[in-house]
Design a protein around this ligand. Structure first.
Ligand SMILES: Cc1cc2nc3c(=O)[nH]c(=O)nc-3n(C[C@H](O)[C@H](O)[C@H](O)COP(=O)(O)OP(=O)(O)OC[C@H]3O[C@@H](n4cnc5c(N)ncnc54)[C@H](O)[C@@H]3O)c2cc1C
Length: 400
């Protein structure tokens, strides 16, 4: 059976749903169909994300996208409410972000701070003494400099994904609980997608927003994409009440360690860098399972204890595994048409750990590009797919 839409979005996680929402809100996008095989999002990255939304980037594009997203998330409860009596609460908490670096990272932190200030971010550079005064619980012996961005915040990602999807559906977007298994190309354009049910959906424009699975989608028409799944683990822990810890922002250091308050405890973690790429939680491989047994005690607790000594006796009670869609070319998102091979196929992927904080800005940007043929609010040309084929990396610098 063949059905027709105007725009097909492959993948209905936070990115696909944000794009669907902005397209539908425009009122000019016609019929939008999102193909999402996992309606409960058991494997998607979006509900697992730590929910950090920060402006602490080195590239103006990333800073400006976060500025838009922060404002969007502040207003989300009302803007995205399905009706006046039911706010779309996402637990937005303006707790701030704090990057702390050793001597070797100080210069880059200062350069990045310059970019942030030029773009109007309220970010403060703090030396070790100033950090100690503000955050007496932190272990700072090795730390030379910090950058505090008090306006940054956190959200509950599962609620935000639900909010985007429900609002998109209310605006008429159709979600099909199917998987794309083929792209049908004629000349320099995609004509339709094949679904695992045997159905075919034809459309004028196609957007690949399949997160860590995006490479599989482009491979269907033999196009390369340097995006791989990278396993990331998040933990929840509490500390004994005798420890009094001041209210903390989301803290992140150069080892990849991060943590922030959540409810009566904390969430955070440190990526299992030695695992390489691949879908860890899909694998039945005993070696991968073994790897996670005791990962918190073996790897995370020592790093946490150094950065905040009261975490030495942390009671770890919950762990989550998800996957970054890691862009191995330069670690930045890839946005836009894939070009002459298939002009009407767009990608929005490779978010490399920043897809939650950039979803609203990506949704708006992709809607502009598809409906009006260009980025109108933030020029994201440097994030194009073509930079990869031209071998012109555009990396994010400093702590990522
Ligand atoms: C532990 C962890 C912590 C994180 N913390 C943060 C954070 O603090 N801040 C931040 O900004 N980001 C964070 N991230 C990253 C963030 O979660 C991702 O960048 C973001 O969720 C990407 O959204 P997405 O929609 O691209 O991908 P996903 O949410 O993975 O959605 C992709 C969807 O594509 C679907 N799909 C796959 N194959 C097909 C197919 N063949 N056909 C149709 N659909 C298909 C999948 O079912 C999936 O639902 C974190 C990630 C992890 C794992």
């Amino acid at each position: 059976m063949t059905t027709k839409a105007d725009i097909v979005i492959i993948g209905g996680g936070m990115i696909g749903s944000a794009i669907a929402y902005f397209l539908a809100k425009s009122g000019n996008a016609g019929e939008i169909c999102v193909i999402e095989p996992d309606p409960e999002y058991k494997l998607a990255a979006s509900p697992v994300g730590a929910g950090g939304v920060r402006q602490l980037f080195s590239r103006p594009e990333n800073v400006q996208m976060s500025q838009f997203s922060l404002q969007f998330y502040r207003d989300f409860a009302t803007t995205m409410a399905l009706d006046e009596s039911t706010p779309a609460d996402i637990n937005f908490n303006q707790r701030g972000y704090l990057f702390v670096v050793t001597e070797s990272g100080a210069n880059q932190l200062e350069i990045n701070h310059g970019v942030q200030s030029q773009n109007g971010v309220n970010a403060l550079l703090l030396d070790q003494d100033e950090l100690r005064t503000r955050f007496p619980s932190l272990g700072l012996e090795d730390i030379k400099l910090g950058c505090l961005s008090p306006d940054d915040g956190t959200i509950t990602t599962a609620l935000t994904l639900k909010g985007f999807r429900q609002k998109a559906e209310q605006l008429g977007v159709r979600y099909l609980p199917r998987k794309v298994v083929g792209l049908n190309k004629m000349g320099g354009a995609i004509k339709s997608v094949d679904l695992d049910s045997g159905e075919v959906v034809s459309a004028d424009q196609f957007i690949c927003a399949a997160g860590a699975w995006s490479k599989e989608i482009l491979a269907m028409i033999d196009l390369p994409l340097p995006v791989v799944p990278m396993c990331r683990v998040k933990h929840y822990w509490t500390v004994d009440q005798e420890h009094s810890i001041e209210p903390l922002p989301l803290v992140k250091d150069e080892s990849g360690l991060f943590f922030r308050p959540q409810g009566d405890g904390y969430v955070g973690g440190r990526p299992p860098f030695d695992m390489g790429s691949g879908f860890a939680h899909l694998a039945q491989n005993q070696a991968i399972r073994d790897h996670f047994n005791g990962y918190f005690d073996r790897v995370v607790r020592p790093l946490l204890s150094k950065r905040l000594p009261a975490f030495k006796t942390a009671n770890n009670s919950q762990d989550w595994v998800g996957h970054y869609a890691q862009n191995t070319f330069d670690g930045n998102m890839i946005l836009g048409s894939v070009g002459a091979e298939a002009e009407n196929l767009y990608v929005a992927c490779g978010f490399s750990g920043h897809g939650i904080m950039h979803s609203p800005a990506v949704g708006r940007a992709m809607s502009e590009l598809i409906l009006n043929g260009r980025f109108e609010t933030i020029d994201l040309t440097r994030m194009s797919y073509q930079r990869i084929t031209a071998n012109e990396p555009f990396p994010e610098l400093g702590i990522i």
